[in-house]
Write a protein that binds this ligand. Structure first.
Ligand SMILES: *Cc1c(COP(=O)(O)O)cnc(C)c1O
Length: 458
């Protein structure tokens, strides 16, 4: 086929159509069955400003999912741009083995301070999945250095997501991403999800959390001597479809991990940096993990950057005259100075603009504006944690199978960039929406939902 995207791009101008056609010839797009683009539009992004992305004809799309959950303060943000431009003229990159630079030092110090000094050592990498791999390797290696090499198994939570590399897939419980690679993967123990939607009649979200903890306790009771770590996405399992749980689950995990000598890894790649209300998602649970993984929003959505923060006790289990007891992991762009500068500028914005307090008001406004959905007969579980809002479409069969793609198209025609996960619609916008844009986002989300239901399955 000459132009596989011809149908979906029919109403675009020539320049945009050309970029789309070239992309479909040359680029293998992520997380996509490419054949779907015979119908599904590919959005040619020419530039971004604030919460909006624009094509060449000036058509605009509200980036209501923060470009896959990474963007916090808008596209082409003036403050982050200025910081990056200055950094570019100072130092673009230097290796972080044998060398150091201001950005890495300051970022490690400031993140440590945000954990009250509890997680005092930052190990840098580039993507979220590599941070997860690092935390898993560090945990295993810690126990080995402590003479307990038999602790080599991992535990993850049902429906949890921790990235797509082979090690990270081992602790990911999303069949669609994982099944094809099962023969390559070292499986982990999977414990019950604390998803509040699983509440039985009369049960609270907290009750579901406590019930899920019993599953962890039973596993630890039987097998903790072989378990190195449990990994969890605190408060919201995002890729599972914004499955939210009570903070009591995370508090309970900390206690069980302490009681049974198991590390707790908090994967805050998606939920960190203010998404759930506090800066770190572990804060409402009143605990700190042994390892905390950060990525996505930490660079403001500008550059690939991830970090694993860990406790002194972990760090000093590697500190030795013997080279092999050290953590000899690395990536070429580890601690890239531009990425660190973007992160420091991002942290500056949190401080300068009192972001967490303002977010609480904005998120409540958005939720209020979506209240017509509360009485919608096809809406289930309208829910919110911090700045993340989601609801489920009560539909079945073909209509459910094609819901996400049809919703995406209807959203685009209403200037919204939204990509439901299965039948879960979610909003995770940047932190900079004004009240007018919040109202627009809410009303058009409702319109999009109705239009998607109305066109049934195709
Ligand atoms: C996105 C994500 C990852 C993987 O990060 P990448 O940068 O895509 O490798 C891991 N864990 C969670 C919870 C995520 O949301």
């Amino acid at each position: 086929m000459d132009d596989p995207n011809a149908h979906a791009q029919a109403d675009r101008g020539e320049a945009d159509r050309d970029w789309v056609a070239r992309s479909l010839k040359a680029v293998w797009h992520p997380c996509t069955q490419m054949k779907h683009h015979e119908r599904l539009p590919l959005v040619p992004v020419a530039r971004g400003k604030g919460a909006w992305l624009y094509d060449r004809e000036g058509r605009r799309y509200l980036d209501a999912i923060s470009s896959w959950w990474v963007n916090l303060f808008g596209h082409a943000n003036d403050d982050i741009n200025a910081a990056l431009k200055a950094q570019l003229d100072t130092l673009e990159h230097a290796m972080l083995a044998g060398c150091t630079h201001e950005g890495a030092v300051e970022l490690a110090e400031r993140l440590s301070a945000l954990t009250d000094g509890t997680l005092g050592h930052a190990f840098f990498a580039s993507d979220g999945a590599s941070a997860v791999e690092i935390a898993l390797k560090m945990s295993f290696h810690y126990w080995r250095n402590r003479g307990r090499a038999e602790k080599r198994e991992f535990v993850c939570v049902a429906n949890g997501y921790h990235g797509e590399t082979i090690g990270a897939l081992g602790v990911t419980d999303v069949a669609l991403f994982r099944t094809a690679y099962d023969p390559l993967i070292r499986p982990a123990h999977i414990v019950a999800s604390p998803d509040a939607r699983r509440a039985e009649p009369g049960e609270s979200a907290r009750d579901v959390a406590l019930r899920a903890l019993e599953d962890v306790q039973a596993l630890f009771e039987a097998q903790a001597s072989r378990i190195a770590a449990l990994i969890v996405e605190p408060l919201v399992q995002c890729a599972a479809g914004m499955a939210m749980h009570d903070a009591a689950y995370v508090t309970g995990l900390r206690k069980l991990c302490d009681d049974y000598d198991v590390h707790l890894i908090a994967d805050e790649i998606a939920v960190g940096c203010g998404r759930t209300g506090a800066f770190f998602a572990c804060e409402p649970a009143g605990i700190w993990p042994d390892f905390l993984c950060l990525s996505k929003g930490i660079s403001g959505g500008y550059l690939p950057l991830s970090l694993v923060l860990s406790r002194d006790e972990i760090y000093f289990a590697f500190y030795d005259d013997d080279t092999a007891r050290g953590f000899l992991h690395s990536h070429s762009y580890t601690g890239n100075p531009l990425a660190c500068r973007a992160a420091l500028a991002t942290l500056d914005l949190f401080e300068r603009d009192d972001v967490l307090v303002r977010n609480a008001t904005k998120a409540a406004m958005l939720m209020e504006a979506l209240s017509p959905l509360r009485s919608h007969e096809a809406v289930r579980h309208l829910r919110r944690t911090g700045t993340i809002i989601a609801f489920d479409a009560a539909i079945e069969g073909d209509a459910a199978r094609t819901f996400s793609r049809r919703f995406f198209e209807h959203a685009l025609s209403r200037e919204l960039l939204l990509r439901p996960i299965g039948t879960t619609v979610y909003l995770m916008p940047p932190y900079i929406l004004d009240s007018e844009t919040i109202a627009l986002l809410a009303s058009r989300t409702c319109e999009t939902f109705d239009a998607t239901l109305a066109d049934g399955a195709r």
